[in-house]
Design a binder for this molecule. Structure first.
Ligand code: TTP
Ligand code: MG
Length: 347
């Protein structure tokens, strides 16, 4: 069988880059896109920060009030989703032309299957063309990973941001993964990281050495096997043909972990409002599933989903369902670190 050549592409600091393109006077300044900071009293979260603002420790999903305190002189801009969605659509249209198999993974990410080029040299030329095309037509930069599968491609595109191009051929996969922190593997969060640390596993290389049986015992069968396989750099998933975003999600990290009901309720209201804006920005109206994501102070994370009988287009329903789903978690009395809402099966 011919080896696969898979490209993952991720736009650099996407929302802020679009803003900077429209207003070049922003270049070089720390820029934050998100809720109104209202002089440090604003509710809501950071959608993204440009690389200058990241130097101050500002990042996605942080409360906007916190970001404001970290860098009050940053330029704070509201989320202009329609604007980013349009840029995204144009970028995806460019990408689609380059491969028969194209999968949009989020507003600023996509996978392309370039196996039919037959070699990394040929694929590399195409990818250089893609980067140039996006830079010329959209005045935006992206980072890419060109590798044997989706998993490695996603890790590789992140390896040299911004404006990176990382090629990892089949024979280099083990060497590439070996020194990386386990957190680089999709799905490993702080909790799994802590458990692995107990086992004296810090790097993907060390994880690859651990026995599958041990990992299955510690993490359960499905997860254990995933970790074992992923650490070897194995991923059989195909690039799927899809061209539309299927869900929208928003997260909010509390400045201080909380179990305060009014604070949790306010957070759900803010998240619902932001999701409503995103939905409008995308020009979509209907959804069918609502998921609540709760991350506790110890990083334990739970999700609960409700599927509506009929498709729905009302924000109030998101809020009502999210509040209902939260009730059970609130019962535990454990403090919550982060809340998220995701709506799915969009139309
Ligand atoms: P990302 O690709 O995760 O981030 P980014 O493009 O801003 O920066 P990077 O260079 O590290 O890729 O997300 C793409 C866009 O999605 C981002 O610009 C804003 C939006 N977003 C949110 O609104 N909330 C979030 O929590 C995250 C992670 C992203
Ligand atoms: Mg990005």
């Amino acid at each position: 069988m011919q080896p696969r050549i898979i490209l993952h592409i991720d736009m650099d600091a996407f929302f802020t880059s679009v803003e900077e393109r429209e207003n070049p006077s922003l270049k070089g300044k720390p820029v934050v896109v998100g809720a109104d900071p209202k002089g440090g009293n604003g509710r809501g979260v950071v959608s993204t920060a440009n690389y200058e603002a990241r130097k101050f420790g500002i990042h996605s999903s942080m409360p906007i009030s916190w970001a404001y305190r970290k860098c009050p002189s940053a330029v704070f801009l509201p989320v202009n989703m329609q604007f980013y969605a349009e840029a995204s659509q144009r970028i995806m249209a460019i990408l689609k032309k380059y491969a028969e198999k194209f999968e949009q993974a989020s507003i600023d990410e996509a996978f392309l299957d370039l196996s039919s080029t037959g070699s990394y040299d040929k694929a590399k030329e195409i990818v250089e063309g893609i980067k140039k095309d996006i830079e010329e037509k959209e005045k935006l930069t992206c980072s890419v990973g060109l590798t044997p599968n989706k998993l490695i491609a996603k890790i590789a595109s992140d390896a040299q941001k911004p404006n990176g191009f990382t090629i990892i051929t089949e024979e280099k996969v083990t060497e590439f993964l070996k020194p990386l922190n386990v957190r680089k593997l999709p799905g490993i969060g702080p909790k799994a990281e802590a458990v692995l640390k107990e086992l004296k596993i810090d790097t993907i290389g060390q994880l690859a050495q651990a026995s599958e049986a041990t990992l299955r015992q510690v993490f359960g069968n499905a997860w254990g096997t995933y970790l074992h396989t992923a650490a070897q750099g194995i991923d059989e998933r195909e690039v799927e043909q899809n061209t539309v975003i299927k869900n929208i999600s928003r997260r909010m990290t509390f400045e201080k972990d909380t179990s305060e009901e009014s604070e949790l309720r306010k957070a759900l209201e803010t998240l619902t409002e932001e999701i409503g804006n995103d939905l409008n920005g995308y020009g979509r109206t209907q959804f069918k599933t609502i998921t609540l994501i709760v991350r506790y102070e110890d990083f334990e994370t739970h999700t609960k989903q409700k599927t509506l009988i009929d498709e729905c287009d009302r924000s109030e329903v998101i809020l009502t369902v999210a509040k209902e789903l939260l009730k059970e978690y609130a019962k535990t009395g454990k403090k919550i670190r982060q809340l998220g809402i995701s709506i799915g099966k969009l139309r």
